[in-house]
Ligand binder design. Structure first.
Ligand code: ZN
Length: 472
């Protein structure tokens, strides 16, 4: 009898604002410790928070992209707990009246096809500071630069049935939020964090005890951590043991999960509405305008690429993975390249540089010029790739580069005929065999002409001349 895996994910994303959630401190990354702080985010007595309108707008946008109902009135609440990196002794969050609830997203999964994953809620909150355990030997240092950074917490319903589905969900969620401009969603830079809950049960039985896994630094590692935790729980249960409600941490080096602490019975955070902040009241007309103003989301863009541009599904998946990739592709098409050719350029040379540097090194108009040279037979595809490499990081006209490197193909009929005739004269045996029915020898003749022309002949232009001469 098999085990069924039940997974639910909580994702924190940093909202892409310039300043913090309740003060004017910048949200810049990588500053010296404790330099981007003020009385508000330090929690000094008498300092008063004011909600960041842009953070609210981005939270609304994220909620709308996830199909949530955004509530016209939500309430900021204090979540009270003690931790050295929490200067106020409480975190401003939202509790019983969150910004948004009841959304859902569609996720392509490896095992079950397209599934719907519920979004239970999305609420706004501020981040805490950071405890640095490796900075001063034997001590813990505190950096409060992150304190007050605006976050949206997105609680997904436990609709996921495998670690692979969890990863697919995260990929889809991230894509939606990046498209909507809500967050940069970089796990590396700390702008997206995942806490995962997992339990197992025999199919049809009530939910098992769930554990929480933390400390995963990539989507691949979320999948690995959940695989490890599932295996741990199943082994425990099959040995007659019970699963305890614990929090675990993942070690990417060993691929193992380790119990960090026993989860205290529902921690009492003594939530209450923050008396310093009025309820967050959003105008219905403004909400409707925001909904209309949502940018085109990945699924719509994929559908448009398939329908209007007749691209294969695989290509559209690659091209829409990031808005920057899709924008680049569309700019090349707009510059006059046919969509499939543009897609090939983006997925080949383009993505190689994008994945390395985070940007595309050659302007879309130059790719279009290059593609036109190939289409006209002026340069071969192979030569075009060499020209592309020359264009990386320095703008030049592809035809100039082709001429400079001697990559322009000879298409002039007289020159081609001379090479063809010389090749035919030099290979009487092959000519006889070809005329005797060995049609595949055409490749041999093309190769010989290319050789004789030192690679400069246009192979497409050679073919008809060869065929007519050989038929003679
Ligand atoms: Zn501040």
């Amino acid at each position: 009898m098999t085990w069924e895996t039940i997974i639910g994910l909580e994702v924190h994303v940093q909202l892409a604002t310039r300043s913090k959630m309740f003060c004017g401190c910048p949200t810049t990354y990588g500053e010296a410790p404790n330099t981007v702080v003020c009385p508000v985010c330090l929690g000094l007595p008498g300092a008063l928070p004011v909600a960041n309108a842009e953070a609210v707008r981005l939270g609304v946008r994220g909620a709308q992209a996830l199909g949530c109902t955004v509530h016209p009135v939500s309430v900021f609440a204090r979540k009270n707990y003690f931790y050295p990196d929490l200067p106020k002794g409480y975190q401003i969050s939202q509790f019983d009246r969150p910004l948004a609830t009841d959304g859902a997203i569609e996720v392509e999964t490896p095992e079950r096809g397209t599934i719907r994953v519920g979004i239970t809620r999305l609420h706004l909150e501020e981040d805490a500071g950071k405890s640095l355990h490796d900075r001063i030997p034997g001590h813990t240092a505190i950096d409060l630069n992150r304190a007050g950074t605006p976050l949206a917490e997105i609680v997904g319903f436990h609709d996921l049935r495998s670690p692979a589905e969890a990863r697919a969900y995260l990929t889809t969620l991230r894509q939606l939020l990046v498209y909507a401009g809500v967050s940069e969603c970089s796990m590396e830079r700390g702008s997206l964090r995942v806490d995962a809950n997992l339990s197992v049960r025999r199919p049809g039985e009530p939910l098992g005890t769930k554990t929480e896994v933390k400390n995963m630094n990539s989507f691949a590692n979320v999948e690995r951590a959940l695989e490890a935790e599932r295996a741990r729980q199943v082994a425990l249960l099959e040995a007659g043991g019970v699963v305890e409600q614990v929090t675990l941490t993942f070690n990417a080096g060993t691929g193992e999960v380790k119990v960090l602490r026993a989860k205290e019975d529902a921690h009492d955070y003594r939530y209450f509405p923050d008396p310093d902040l009025p309820p967050l009241v959003l105008d219905e007309a403004w909400l409707a305008a925001e909904q209309r103003g949502l940018p085109e989301l990945p699924a719509a863009r994929r559908a448009r690429f398939i329908e209007a541009m007749e691209l294969p599904a695989y290509d559209t998946g690659v091209l829409t993975a990031e808005p920057a990739i899709a924008d680049y592709f569309e700019a090349i098409v707009a510059a006059g390249t046919d969509p499939k050719t543009a897609a090939n350029w983006v997925m080949g040379e383009g993505l190689a540089s994008f994945n390395e540097t985070g940007r595309f090194a050659v302007a879309p108009a130059r790719i279009a010029e290059l593609a036109a040279l190939v289409a006209a037979g002026t340069v071969s595809l192979q030569a075009a790739r060499k020209i592309h490499a020359e264009l990386v990081g320095r703008d030049a006209s592809p035809i100039d580069v082709a001429e400079r490197l001697g990559l322009v193909q000879v298409q002039e009929v007289g020159a081609l005929e001379a090479w063809v005739d010389a090749v035919i004269a030099a290979h009487p045996d092959e000519v006889a065999r070809f005329r005797g029915g060995e049609g595949k020898l055409i490749g041999f003749f093309v190769g010989q002409v290319m050789k004789r022309s030192q690679g400069t002949a246009d192979p497409k232009a050679i073919q008809p001349i060869l065929k007519s001469r050989l038929a003679g």
